[in-house]
Design a protein around this ligand. Structure first.
Ligand SMILES: [Zn+2]
Length: 109
């Protein structure tokens, strides 16, 4: 997993809170401050920022932590990748399950 800035800041903040809590607990002889400082810590939020976008309707696919994960999650959810050649370049088009049904019914007509 790649660490992004929010996660790093979160870890730095947690370390500061822990150090501060320990200092206060040692100097004030209030040992219960230390566990309380643990409650002030932040849990790094995992960012699900990668997802496929349907090239037909713009629907968003299942969110994942990385691009390969998003691709496999979309595949599991029934999404389809179709290679399209445009101006001599091969690009990929993604279609959500609903749009696949629409395009296949169009082909039949
Ligand atoms: Zn779609």
């Amino acid at each position: 997993m790649k660490l992004d800035w929010t996660t790093i800041l979160c870890l730095v903040y947690n370390a500061l809170i822990a150090a501060l809590g320990a200092q206060v607990a040692i100097h004030s002889e209030c040992w219960w401050i230390f566990p309380i400082s643990g409650l002030l810590m932040l849990r790094p939020k995992l960012q699900y920022t990668h997802y496929q976008i349907c090239d037909s309707c713009g629907a968003e696919g299942p969110k994942a932590l990385s691009r390969p994960e998003a691709l496999s999650a979309a595949e599991l959810a029934g999404w389809k990748r179709v290679p399209v050649t445009r101006d001599g370049k091969r690009i990929w088009h993604d279609y959500c399950p609903e749009c696949q049904m629409l395009t296949s019914s169009k082909e039949e007509e």
